[in-house]
Design a protein. Sequence first.
Length: 259
Amino acid sequence: MEGHKYGRGHLGCVTGPTAATGAARLTARAGLRIGAGLVSLLSPPASVLVNATHATAVMVKPFQNEEELAALTAQMDCVVIGPGAGVSGTTARNVETVLDHAASAVLDADALTVFKDQPEHLFKRLQKPAILTPHEGEFERLFAGLLKDKGRELAAIEAAQKSGATIILKGAETIIASPDERPVINRHASPFLATAGSGDVLAGVVGGLMSQGMTSFDAACAGVWVHGEAGRNFGPGLIAEDLPEALPAILSRFYELRS
């Protein structure tokens, strides 16, 4: 079987300020473990040293302004932004840059919350394949009243249609919906996934799959299931750092089924 790293996709993960870089590193590690050929941490100058100290197979690429971030993201098959980013004008501008220049994107955590006062502005920028990964609180900030009025499944469907993006509405039952697909309800999860950083890993898994050429809907469905399987396999004592390390065993089972 022939292949090389450049044929397996390049995932970018935008990191936040110095004291909040761990979330993006979890995302990047998950993207690498799920099979992306290249993963880069896109780092503001103040965070370069701490990221470089902790990263090995993941590359660190600094950027000082929106123009440099645009040049980097234009090289990426998918970019994840939001984990540890901070709710600030800088994050909002970085999200806009990613959406304008990356081939596809995953928006998580702070990348969603930062648009709570102008969700329509965000939706207008979602012109390329994109996945939004809100928990219920973040969902309410972008799609006010939908959960109360429609319930989780119908709310996710309407949110996907309104935004033009694939929605992963996280929870004990995760709802996946896209503008042109029927919804999927994922119950294949574990209560042990309720731990800090678990969502950052999920963002990296779906981003890594998108970078390898999966559609946003397929990447969302596959990523949520694999994330749940990793949690179920590990069990009690799980912390977010364990999840990327659980992925190779799951992938190996898929390869065994193909052989």
